[in-house]
Design a protein. Structure first.
Lengths: 292, 391
C-alpha cells in the first residue's frame, strides 16, 4: 500500500513534467499544425546551457532564467528560419524537418558538451517528506515542480483568454486570412507561439534534469511521454495536455514501479495506440473533425 | 500509366521482350547486379568487403523505407527497431546451430509478423501521429533487451557464431567475402521483389491509395489492407537488413539500434529521394561512407573526439533539414531532373512528357494537405514541388 501511494505521488510529479512538454507540443500544434519532434532536443539544449551557467558559478535562479530565455530565442529562431518555409507544405515535410532539427541539436550538444551525462542541481531538497514514521516518495522539489507547471499552465490560459495579445495569437492560428485583414501580424504571432512553446519546454527540461541527468539523449523518453500526453489530451487543448500529462504520469509510474523502468517507453506506446484506436480525437479535444 | 523512361527511349538496343516484360527486365537487372557485385567483391580487401556487406544490408532497410514512403506516403521511424527484431531472431537461431539461409528467412518472417500489427496501426494513422508512434517504438523496443537479460543478453547483447564459407570455395576463402556475398544476395532479392512489386498490380493499387484515398476506395480498393501490406513488406525488408547485420557484424546489442539509427536511415532515404529504389542505393552509400569521411575530416583538421563522434549525426541532421528546405527530391530526383534537361537539350523528346513513373516521383509524398495553412501566401516552390503530381 505504501508502494502504491509512493508510485501515485511520483506519478503526479513526473506527470507534471509530461504536462509541460505536452503543453509545448500543443501550443505549436495549435498555431502551425506541426508536431515539433525537435522539442525534446530543444529542451535538452537549453538545459545544457543552464547547466553551464550553474557550473560556471551562477545561482540556480540565474540558470533557470537563462534556460527560459534561451528557450525563447531558440524557439523564435527555429520558427522564423527553419519552419516558416515548410508551413503550408505537406505534413510529412514538417515532420522530417523537425526530426532533422532533433538530430542536429543532439549532435551539436554532443560536440559541445560531450556524450557523458552530467548531474544537475535541484531547486529544493530531494529528501522525501516524513509522515508519521515513513518517508514518502515525494520531495519538496516535487512540490516545486508541480506548482511551477500548474502556474505556467494558468499563465498561458490567462494569456490566451484574457489579453489582446492572446486573442491575436488565437486569431492568427485559427483564421490567418481574416486575422491578417484585421491587421494582425500573423507571422509574428506564429513566431511568438513557437517561442512561448520553447519556453515551456525549457522549463520542463530544467525541472526534470535532476532526475534524468543532462545528456544529449537523456530527454528522449520525456519527448515520447509528452507526445503521448498531448495526444491523450487531443493535441489541440491546453487543459487536455495538462490532464493527459498527469494521467500518463500516473500510468507510467505504476508500470515503472511494478514492471520495471525498461518497459516505460513501450507502455507509453501501448497507451498511445489504445487512445488513437479508441478515441482518436483524444479525451478532451474541442474539434470533432480531426483526422488522425 | 506512363512507361518507364528507359523503355521508351532506349530504341533498338534492347530486345523487345526485355522492354515489354517487367519480370525479364528485373531478372536481367538482378543477374547484372549479382555479377557486378561478385566480380567487385573478389577485388576488394577484407575491410572493403565488410563495407560492401554493410551497404547491402543498409540497402535492404532503405529500400523498405523508400517503398513505404513512395507507395503509401508514410514514413516510419521504427525501422531501426525492426532491424533489431530481425537481428536478434537471427542471432538466437544462429547460436542454436541454424544455417544462414533458414535463419535469415526466419528473421525476415519474425519481423513481418511484428510488422503486421504495426502496419494495421499505421494504416489508421497519418503524418505526425504515425511518426510519433513509430518514434515511441524505436525508443522503447531496444529497452526490452534489458528487461530479459538472460534471453536477450541485456546491455552487452549477444555474440553470434559466424557463418562458415562452404568448403568448395577453398580453405583460404575469406570470411568477409562470404559475408559480403550473403549480404549482397539479400540486397539483390530485395531489389528484385520491390522492383517487380512497384510495377505490378500491387504497386498500382498502393499508389492509387497513396494519391487519393477516396477515389481508390470508390474504385473498390480496401485502403487499410493495402497500407498494412505496404508497412508489413517494408518491415520484412528491414528485418532482413537487420538479420544480415547480425550475420556480418556477429555481435548485436541494444546500443546498436538507437533512435539515431532510425534517424540516419530516414536521412538516407531522404537524401536518396523518397520513393525511388535507386535513391536507396545512394542512401546506402552515404550511410556506409559518411562515418569514414567525417573521421578523415576530423583527423585532418585534428578535431576533438567529441566533435568527430557526433559529426555524422550532425550531417544527417543537416541533410534532413536541407533536403526539406532546398532539395526535397533527393539525389535521385536531382539526377532525374538533370537527365530530363539533358534529354530535352539533345532533342530526344524526353523532356516533353515528364517521364515519371508514378511512385518514382522522388518527392516527400503525402496525401494530406494540412487542414489549415497558416501562411496564406502563394505556395513556395518547395511546396509546389512536393504535391503528388500523378492523380
Amino acid at each position: 500500500m505504501t508502494k502504491f501511494i509512493d508510485l501515485t505521488l511520483n506519478g503526479i510529479s513526473t506527470g507534471a513534467i509530461y504536462a509541460a512538454v505536452a503543453l509545448a507540443l500543443v501550443l505549436i500544434w495549435r498555431s502551425t499544425r506541426i508536431v515539433n519532434f525537435a522539442q525534446g532536443a530543444m529542451l535538452m539544449f537549453t538545459t545544457f546551457i543552464a547547466s553551464g551557467v550553474i557550473d560556471g558559478g551562477g545561482s540556480y535562479v540565474l540558470g533557470f532564467a537563462v534556460a527560459l530565455a534561451s528557450g525563447f530565442v531558440l524557439g523564435a529562431v527555429v520558427e522564423r528560419v527553419l519552419v516558416r518555409p515548410v508551413e503550408g507544405a505537406p505534413q510529412l515535410n514538417a515532420v522530417i524537418l523537425t526530426l532533422g532539427l532533433y538530430t542536429l541539436l543532439v549532435a551539436l550538444a554532443g560536440m559541445i558538451w560531450g556524450n557523458t551525462p552530467r548531474s544537475f542541481p535541484a531547486a529544493f531538497s530531494l529528501r522525501g517528506y516524513r509522515v508519521g514514521g515513513t518517508t514518502l516518495l515525494f520531495t519538496p522539489n516535487d512540490t516545486f515542480t508541480v506548482l511551477v507547471v500548474l502556474a505556467v499552465a494558468a499563465l498561458l490560459a490567462l494569456l490566451f483568454r484574457r489579453t489582446t495579445l492572446g486573442l491575436r495569437m488565437r486569431a492568427a492560428a485559427f483564421a490567418p486570412e481574416v486575422a491578417r485583414l484585421l491587421g494582425v501580424r500573423v507571422g509574428r504571432m506564429l513566431t511568438l507561439g513557437w517561442a512561448l512553446a520553447a519556453v515551456t519546454g525549457a522549463l520542463a527540461g530544467v525541472l526534470v534534469a535532476p532526475s534524468v541527468f543532462v545528456g544529449p539523449n537523456n530527454f528522449d523518453p520525456i519527448l515520447i511521454s509528452g507526445f503521448v500526453a498531448a495526444v491523450i489530451g487531443g493535441l489541440d487543448s491546453p487543459p487536455g495536455a495538462v490532464i493527459g500529462g498527469l494521467l500518463l504520469g500516473l500510468a507510467l509510474s505504476y508500470v515503472s514501479g511494478y514492471e520495471g523502468s525498461a518497459l516505460v517507453p513501450l507502455a507509453a506506446l501501448v497507451i498511445l495506440m489504445i487512445v488513437l484506436m479508441i478515441r482518436p480525437t483524444g479525451l478532451f479535444a474541442a474539434t470533432r473533425e480531426r483526422r488522425v | 500509366m506512363s512507361a518507364l523512361p528507359g523503355a521508351t527511349r532506349s530504341g533498338t538496343l534492347v530486345p523487345r521482350a526485355i522492354r515489354s516484360s517487367t519480370l525479364l527486365r528485373s531478372l536481367l537487372l538482378v543477374v547484372v547486379a549479382g555479377l557486378v557485385l561478385l566480380v567487385v567483391s573478389d577485388q576488394l580487401s577484407a575491410y572493403r568487403d565488410l563495407q560492401l556487406a554493410a551497404g547491402a544490408y543498409y540497402f535492404c532497410v532503405l529500400a523498405g523505407l523508400t517503398v513505404l514512403a513512395g507507395s503509401s506516403g508514410q514514413i516510419s521511424l521504427g525501422h531501426g527497431a525492426l532491424m533489431a527484431v530481425g537481428a536478434y531472431t537471427v542471432g538466437k537461431l544462429a547460436n542454436v546451430g541454424w544455417a544462414v539461409v533458414p535463419e535469415l528467412a526466419a528473421g525476415t518472417a519474425a519481423t513481418l509478423i511484428i510488422g503486421i500489427p504495426l502496419g494495421i496501426a499505421a494504416s489508421r494513422l497519418r503524418g505526425p501521429y504515425l511518426a510519433g508512434a513509430t518514434l515511441a517504438f524505436a525508443v522503447g523496443l531496444p529497452a526490452l533487451a534489458d528487461r530479459f537479460p538472460t534471453f536477450l543478453g541485456g546491455e552487452n547483447g549477444l555474440t553470434i557464431n559466424p557463418p562458415t564459407p562452404p568448403a568448395s570455395l577453398g580453405a583460404n576463402f575469406p570470411l568477409e567475402r562470404w559475408e559480403a556475398w550473403i549480404a549482397c544476395a539479400g540486397a539483390v532479392i530485395v531489389l528484385f521483389v520491390f522492383y517487380n512489386l512497384g510495377r505490378s498490380g500491387v504497386g498500382r493499387a498502393l499508389r492509387a491509395v497513396r494519391d487519393d484515398e477516396i477515389a481508390a476506395s470508390l474504385g473498390g480498393l480496401r485502403i487499410g489492407r493495402w497500407q498494412t501490406l505496404a508497412f508489413s513488406l517494408s518491415a520484412a525488408a528491414a528485418g532482413l537488413g537487420g538479420g544480415l547485420l547480425a550475420v556480418v557484424t556477429q555481435t548485436i546489442a541494444p546500443g546498436a539500434f538507437p533512435l539515431q539509427l532510425s534517424l540516419s536511415l530516414l536521412a538516407g532515404v531522404v537524401i536518396g529521394g523518397l520513393g525511388s529504389l535507386m535513391g536507396a542505393v545512394w542512401g546506402a552509400i552515404l550511410l556506409v561512407f559518411l562515418p569514414n569521411w567525417t573521421n578523415d575530416a576530423a583527423n585532418s583538421f585534428s578535431l576533438s573526439s567529441n566533435v568527430s563522434h557526433n559529426l555524422p549525426l550532425a550531417v544527417y541532421g543537416v541533410v534532413l533539414i536541407g533536403a526539406m528546405l532546398v532539395w526535397p527530391s533527393g539525389i535521385q530526383g536531382a539526377l532525374r531532373a538533370i537527365w530530363r534537361r539533358a534529354a530535352t537539350a539533345l532533342g530526344t523528346g524526353g523532356g516533353q512528357t515528364p517521364a515519371r513513373t508514378p511512385g518514382d516521383g522522388g518527392t516527400a509524398i503525402t496525401v494530406d494537405a494540412p487542414p489549415r495553412t497558416p501562411a496564406a501566401e502563394e505556395p513556395t516552390p518547395e511546396a509546389g514541388a512536393q504535391a503528388p503530381s500523378e492523380r
